[in-house]
Design a protein around this ligand. Sequence first.
Ligand code: FES
Length: 107
Amino acid sequence: MPTIKYVETDGTVHAVDANSGITAMEAAVKNAVPGIDGDCGGAAACATCHVYVDPDWIEKTGTAAEGLEKSMLDFAEDVRETSRLACQIAITDELDGLILRLPEKQH
Ligand code: FES
């Protein structure tokens, strides 16, 4: 089972075991990771699951998809090249050890 690490801005790490097939937003919400709300339930319609993919992992996760994900990120604050909506990152065994950094705040 892949482990995903969510890192708060103060450096606090939340290591979560996530089943392959769910999303990084669902894994965070199930494990009460603070700062990921997932208000829209994963429809890429709220941007309350904004995360920064650690640069070492961006090749594996890919950058934000054109269309819905990128347009919704326009509503998030401090968007960077590594910004993703966690609900659009599907967990796979390949992502074991993935590091996602949380933004200062969600919009
Ligand atoms: Fe709403 Fe990801 S949960 S955009």
